[in-house]
Design a protein around this ligand. Structure first.
Ligand code: SF4
Length: 395
């Protein structure tokens, strides 16, 4: 077996291995999501007649005054850089699905307060782990087993026995089954719940009656854990990021971290999401202005979509408006956007490409490793570079 890096989710597991024998793939360390991702990638057909497709794509992009260049959630850091360069040559507008939440989180003051740490530190030190509006059992499968719940660490001698797990969500989740503290709160009430916790923690008021339907005893038990733990880590997910109240939610999370730190304890907060390289977009592209209103107003007649499926993830009215534009798709085959594009250039999935890099959800850069599965490769960054040359020739 050879070492591989899995890009099945934002955890980018680099402790995995795989081999292909008689067309059958075997793997070590991959979760079901990762294995399925690898299996599907091996069945992808890459584009042939690629020069024709590149020519058509370049002609379309050159014909637009202000094309949209969009997507990137599964692109390598190197491809994102090439995409920014292409956007500049085109005089286009660069945007990403990272703009829904993750970008807001990383550009919010919560980030400048240095509330984030890396997952290795969490494994070694985190003794109170909270999944807030995030459910790794659904999408980032190995997060609890590799880093946050099960493993032993320097200051976590007995693994799960040395940690306390809390889950705050609007419904019962799979992860709640392994939690010591389970808090189910009404949709949109995160700030109210956070404020009640902070007030009790700071001894501004004490909890004597149920909070949002949760008994006073349960909330008091939850708050007391912040006081007793040496290192609290909150993994906040779509419940915080995509609730329509993102800024207020993030401010309240940062207030909680501040209150814990003021009591002399360590505390951190990290975003949780599934898409592979949203953190790469944040790191490489920095702040990008949202184009959703402009898409809805049909301002873009041509859209280049790279390594993403916005027609499946954008809110309905935006997706409908985007589908009216002429789309050029670059990325591994599959998905609604690929099927609706006027031109699709199919590139190798990163798990098989085995080169370039992505950024893990805690911003750690992960380099992909070549292996036997990566023999034949059309990289997205090479396609984007070629498009730059063709567009320059056209103009
Ligand atoms: S947790 Fe994510 S990166 Fe790790 S093996 Fe599973 S799908 Fe792949």
């Amino acid at each position: 077996m050879e070492d591989i890096v899995c890009n099945g989710c934002s955890l980018l597991c680099d402790d995995t291995a795989a081999e292909i024998d008689n067309g059958q793939v075997r793997s070590l360390g991959l979760c079901l999501l990762g294995f399925t991702h690898l299996d599907v990638a091996l069945k992808h057909q890459l584009s042939d007649l690629i020069d024709d497709l590149l020519g058509k794509a370049a002609d379309l992009l050159t014909s637009a005054e202000n094309p949209l260049v969009f997507g990137w959630s599964n692109a390598s850091n190197e491809a994102i850089k090439e995409g920014l360069a292409l956007t500049e040559i085109l005089g286009g507008h660069f945007d990403s699905t990272a703009n829904f939440g993750v970008m807001q989180s990383m550009t919010h003051t919560i980030h400048s307060l240095k509330l984030d740490t890396d997952l290795e530190y969490v494994r070694n030190n985190g003794d109170f782990i909270i999944y807030w509006g995030s459910d790794p059992a659904e999408s980032v499968h190995r997060h609890p087993s590799r880093f946050a719940v099960l493993p032993r660490g320097d200051k976590i001698p007995e693994g799960v026995e040395s940690r306390t797990i809390g889950v705050v969500d609007v419904r019962e989740t799979e992860t709640m089954k392994i939690a010591n503290h389970r808090m189910i709160i009404p949709i949109g009430s995160d700030v109210e719940f956070l404020d009640a916790v902070i007030d009790d923690l700071e001894e501004k008021s004490s909890i004597t009656s149920p909070v949002l339907g949760i008994s006073a005893a349960e909330v008091i038990g939850f708050v007391s854990k912040f006081k007793k733990s040496d290192c609290t880590v909150i993994f906040y997910g779509s419940g915080i990021l995509n609730s329509g109240n993102t800024q207020e939610n993030l401010s309240a999370i940062s207030r909680l971290i501040g209150a814990i730190r003021n009591s002399g304890k360590e505390a951190y907060a990290l975003p949780m999401y599934t898409e592979t390289n949203l953190m790469g977009v944040v790191n490489v592209a920095n702040e990008v202005s949202s184009s959703l209103q402009r898409i809805t107003a049909n301002e873009f007649s041509i859209a280049l979509i790279v390594e993403d499926d916005p027609l499946s993830v954008l809110p309905g009215p935006v997706a409908k408006a985007l589908a009216k534009s002429t789309m050029v798709y670059v990325g591994p085959p599959g998905g609604l956007t690929d099927s609706k594009a006027a031109v699709s250039i199919h590139t190798t999935d990163m798990i098989l490409q085995g080169s370039e890099s992505m950024s893990r959800l805690d911003q750690v850069k992960v380099e992909f490793k070549p292996w036997k599965g990566s023999k034949q490769s059309i990289t997205t960054s090479a396609v984007l570079k070629k498009l730059q040359q063709l567009v320059q020739k056209n103009t």
